[in-house]
Design a protein around this ligand. Structure first.
Ligand SMILES: [Zn+2]
Length: 439
C-alpha cells in the first residue's frame, strides 16, 4: 500500500467535516484518505511527501446526470427541420445522433467526454447512455474507459420503444448484463436505464419489471416530467402522473435515479421522498430546452443532486449558471437555492449512497479524489466566504488525483494520450455528422 502526504495547501471541503483550512495536510493510503489536518503535518513515515506550494485543494467533483454520447455534438450542423418544441428537439437532434453512433464513434464520445470531465476536476460521473445500433458491449466499453481514466462511473442504457421491439430488448439486455457483471465493483454503479415514460408502452414497462425479478438492489435511471408532454402522455394512459405510472409498475424504489421532475406534482415529490428515491436537477439543460424550472420545494424536499444533462463538463459553471437562471425567474426578496449545497453536499451524499462508500469529501475514509487549483485570490478568503471564490474565482484545476494517483499534473494528462484522443474524436465527429444528415 502506497502512502502519500500532501502538505502546505489551502483545503476547502464545503459542507464537509472540516470546511476550510488555510494551511494544512492530507494523508492518503492507496485509494483512500486516511487523515487531514491543520498546520505542519506530524512526522508520518510515508512513501512520498508532496509540497503543494499553497495550492487550493477541493474534493473531486461529482456530476449526477450526463450523456457522454453527446460529446461529439459540439459544432454539429443544425437539424434539417427546425424543432418547434421539446419532443421535436429530441426527434430532430438527439434521436438521430444516438441512432448514428457505432462502436468507434461511441468510444470516441466516451473518451473525449470523460477526458473533459477529468480536466474540470470531475472524478465521478453518472451517465445515461444511448446508442441503439451499438447496444451490446456499449456499457462495458464505457466502464473500461472510465477505469482507464481512473473515474467512478455509473452506467445505464436508455431502454425505449421508439426504435421498435428488437432495439427495446437489446437495450434492456445490455442493462441487465452489465448490472449483473459490475454490481459488486467498487468503482462502478450500474443502474437500469429507461429513456422516459412517454417512449415506453404499458407492455414494455411490465416486461421490464418482470425481467428485473430475481435481481437485488436494482434501480432505474430515467427522465421524468422534463416537459409537459411526458405528463400529458401518462394522463392519457389513465394515470395521475408519470411518477404514478412508474410506481404502479413497481419501478420506484430507494435506488431510483429520477431526472428533472420539473412538472411533477407535490404529491409525486412526497411519493419519491417516502420511497427514498433520488432526484437530479439540470438547470442549464432545462433553460436550453425551455421546459421550465424545477421548483425550490422539489429541490429542498428531496435534497436534489446536480447534473449537466450533457450540456457541459464543468460542474462549477453548472452551479454558477444554475444560480443565475433561477435568479432570472425570481422577484425581489424571493428565496433562491444554494447551488453549492447541491454540488458539494447533496451530490456527495448521493454518490456515497449509490456507490455504497464515502465519496466527495476530504475526510478520513473517503476515496482519495482531489481537484487542486493554483489560485491566488484577489480578495480576502476565509472560512466564511470561500463559496464566492469557488463560484467566481476558481478556473480549471492544475492537478487532478483520483484513487490516490495523479491523473493530471501541471495541466498535463499523466496516463491518457490527450492529443491522440482529440484527433480521433475530431475525425469521428465528421463521420458522425455525415451519418446524421442521412437519417
Ligand atoms: Zn438527460
Amino acid at each position: 500500500m502506497k502512502t502519500t502526504l500532501f502538505c502546505n495547501s489551502r483545503i476547502i471541503d464545503p459542507f464537509g467535516e472540516t470546511e476550510y483550512i488555510e494551511n494544512g495536510w492530507i494523508l492518503i493510503e492507496d485509494d483512500t484518505i486516511k487523515g487531514i489536518g491543520q498546520g505542519k503535518a506530524p512526522e508520518f513515515s510515508v512513501d512520498e511527501k508532496i509540497d503543494l506550494d499553497s495550492k487550493t485543494v477541493l474534493p473531486g467533483i461529482i456530476n449526477c446526470h450526463t450523456h457522454l454520447y453527446s460529446a461529439l455534438a459540439m459544432g454539429m450542423p443544425p437539424p434539417k427541420n427546425t424543432p418547434q418544441n421539446f419532443v421535436q428537439k429530441l426527434q430532430e437532434i438527439w434521436w438521430k445522433l444516438d441512432l448514428a453512433l457505432d462502436r468507434e464513434s461511441a468510444k470516441a464520445s466516451f473518451e473525449a467526454g470523460l477526458m473533459e470531465c477529468l480536466k474540470n476536476g470531475v472524478t465521478t460521473v453518472f451517465d445515461h447512455h444511448s446508442s441503439p445500433n451499438f447496444a451490446e458491449g456499449s456499457l462495458e466499453l464505457l466502464v473500461d474507459t472510465a477505469n482507464r481514466f481512473g473515474q467512478n462511473i455509473s452506467v445505464a442504457f436508455e431502454t425505449t420503444d421508439r426504435n421498435g421491439e428488437e432495439f427495446f430488448k437489446s437495450g434492456l439486455i445490455e442493462n441487465i448484463a452489465v448490472f449483473k457483471k459490475f454490481q459488486s465493483n467498487k468503482y462502478v454503479h450500474p443502474l437500469i436505464g429507461l429513456h422516459a415514460s412517454f417512449t415506453l408502452s404499458e407492455k414494455s414497462l411490465k416486461y421490464i419489471h418482470d425481467q428485473l425479478k430475481g435481481l437485488k438492489n436494482w434501480g432505474i435511471h430515467i427522465h421524468v416530467a422534463e416537459d409537459q408532454a411526458d405528463e400529458k402522455d401518462a394522463r392519457s394512459k389513465g394515470y395521475k402522473s408519470v411518477i404514478d405510472r412508474l410506481n404502479k409498475f413497481n419501478l420506484i424504489n430507494e435506488h431510483s435515479f429520477i431526472i428533472h421532475g420539473i412538472h411533477s406534482s407535490n404529491s409525486d415529490i412526497e411519493l419519491l421522498k417516502n420511497a427514498n428515491a433520488t432526484l437530479i436537477h439540470n438547470p442549464t439543460s432545462n433553460a436550453n430546452n425551455r421546459v421550465g424550472m424545477l421548483p425550490n420545494l422539489h429541490i429542498s424536499t428531496l435534497h436534489s443532486g446536480l447534473g449537466t444533462d450533457g450540456m457541459r463538463a464543468n460542474m462549477l459553471e453548472e452551479a454558477q449558471y444554475g444560480t443565475l437562471i433561477r435568479s432570472s425567474h425570481l422577484k425581489d426578496g424571493e428565496p433562491t437555492i444554494d447551488y453549492l449545497e447541491l454540488l458539494f453536499k447533496n451530490n456527495p451524499q448521493i454518490a456515497s449512497k449509490h456507490f455504497a462508500r464515502p465519496i466527495g469529501h476530504l475526510s478520513a475514509g473517503n476515496q482519495a479524489d482531489l481537484a487542486i487549483f493554483d489560485y491566488t485570490p484577489r480578495t480576502s478568503i476565509n472560512k466564511n466566504n470561500f463559496g464566492g471564490h469557488i463560484l467566481f474565482g476558481l478556473a480549471e484545476p492544475v492537478d487532478v488525483i483520483t484513487r490516490g494517483k495523479y491523473r493530471i499534473k501541471d495541466r498535463k494528462f499523466m496516463t491518457i494520450p490527450e492529443a491522440e484522443i482529440k484527433q480521433n474524436a475530431r475525425k469521428q465527429s465528421v463521420e458522425l455528422w455525415n451519418k446524421i444528415q442521412k437519417i
